[in-house]
Design a protein around this ligand. Structure first.
Ligand code: ATR
Length: 280
């Protein structure tokens, strides 16, 4: 990649950041469109976040993605925040408009689009969301914007699920939104694992795999090459399985659009992920 005096810079703030596939995905997209842009990884420790954010203005970066552990703590450091990101309580994309930093959340869109891209109908369906943390909040907001019939939020700490359900019920009064400490999949069409269970080989299943029916859509935000144990078991039982790769692609697709105003080259971005071993 040739940098010039006019190269427009974007990047990602995270800790850790070395594993991120976003640089490959975005730089491939810039090359595909012959753009003089560059996407760089920035390993930003929590204690330097404020300075790093000031650096976006000072260095004239066009924007950055924000990943773990900064998605929430970055919010008070920004100038404006998109209403959906406020509702979710997390920002994963910043756009620098002449020194004014605007926070967005493209994770909710990314998750929903990853389902739609696989032909999955969301409207009118019954969804169980496992987990009630940051990832769950983005997933719930994304799905509720698409006209669900019901949502059950299942969490080990049921208090947290209760609070999230109550928050969502105010915003989506037409949808039956409840919380529980366990899941009964007989009342679900789509189940989404947003917990970290599945990241490590020794983790227990986040649900009883005997309950998996062939007509269920099973999504797991945890991405592992070859699938998480949950997705592998769901696949064996004939379920429609969706992993986190599509969400990675589509959240980046929307961030690219926010920064450049251009139509992101989705096949080049997909190919960049494939070359990094991630099949969408
Ligand atoms: P993220 O931003 O990835 O959602 P988070 O906000 O820390 O991360 O949320 C992690 C979620 O995974 C929570 O719902 C957590 O459940 P608790 O609220 O009870 O902590 C869930 N989780 C993590 N480890 C778990 C485990 N071993 N068993 C069940 N749930 C787990």
């Amino acid at each position: 990649m040739e940098l010039s005096g006019r190269t427009c810079m974007v990047g990602i703030f995270g800790d850790p950041v070395a594993h991120s596939l976003s640089p490959a995905m975005h730089n491939t997209a810039f090359r595909e469109l012959n753009m003089d842009w560059c996407y760089a990884p920035f390993h930003v420790l929590p204690r330097y976040l404020e300075e790093a954010v000031r650096g976006v203005r000072a260095l004239g970066l066009r924007g950055v993605n924000v990943t773990v552990p900064h998605k929430e703590t970055i919010m008070p450091l920004l100038d404006v925040i998109d209403p959906e990101a406020v509702a979710i309580g997390a920002v994963n994309t910043i756009v620098n408009e002449g020194g004014v930093l605007a926070g967005h959340n493209t994770d909710a869109f990314g998750f929903v689009r990853s389902l739609e891209a696989k032909g999955i109908l969301i409207s009118g369906r019954r969804v169980h969301v496992l987990g009630a943390g940051g990832a769950a909040r983005a997933v719930c907001h994304g799905l509720l914007g698409k006209g669900l019939s019901s949502m059950l939020i299942v969490n080990r700490t049921v208090d947290k699920a209760d609070r999230l359900a109550a928050h969502l019920a105010v915003r989506y009064p037409g949808v039956d939104i409840r919380a529980a400490s366990g899941t009964d999949l007989s009342t679900a069409d789509i189940v989404v694992n947003t917990t970290s269970l599945g990241l490590h080989a020794s983790d227990p299943f986040p649900l009883d795999p005997m309950d998996l029916r062939a007509d269920l859509v099973v999504c797991d935000l945890v991405y592992r090459p070859g699938g998480t144990p949950l997705l592998r078991r769901a696949d064996e039982r004939g379920c429609h399985v969706i992993d986190g790769a599509g969400m990675l692609l589509w959240q980046g697709w929307q961030a690219f659009k926010l920064w450049t105003g251009l139509e992101p080259p989705v096949s080049a971005m997909t190919e960049a992920l494939r070359q990094a071993g991630v099949q969408t």
